[in-house]
Design a protein around this ligand. Structure first.
Ligand SMILES: [Zn+2]
Length: 113
């Protein structure tokens, strides 16, 4: 499952950060997930607990912020917000566009104790 590998890579980053500051665990973590990144927030939450058992993220409070997508139409140049990867341009209805934002998935902040 896609979300499982994401959770695993978040854990790897968290372990490195905790080791860097010689901390014990992470009390809170803030993730930013783009609406068109393809990451299902509910699936990620579903695998989270299982993945984080006995790790630095076991009792971590998880905060997820979903960020909206932005695109620029390849046909008419219109800039518009998108919710889904396959949204059309609202002006000319072209499906061709350049994605400007919303595909990213990152750890915004971690509170290490
Ligand atoms: Zn257009």
């Amino acid at each position: 499952m896609h979300e499982l590998s994401i959770a695993t890579s978040i854990l790897k980053t968290a372990e490195e950060e905790v080791a860097k500051v010689k901390g014990r665990s992470v009390s809170e973590i803030f993730l930013e997930i783009g609406k068109i990144s393809g990451v299902e927030v509910s699936s990620l939450e579903f695998v989270w607990d299982m993945c984080m058992k006995n790790s630095v993220l076991e009792r971590t409070e998880l905060h997820i912020c979903e960020t909206g997508g932005l695109a620029k139409c390849a046909e008419c140049g219109e800039g518009f917000k998108i919710e889904k990867m396959f949204d059309f341009c609202p002006k000319c209805h072209s499906p061709f566009k350049e994605i400007l934002a919303g595909k990213e998935m990152k750890i915004k902040k971690m509170i290490i104790t």
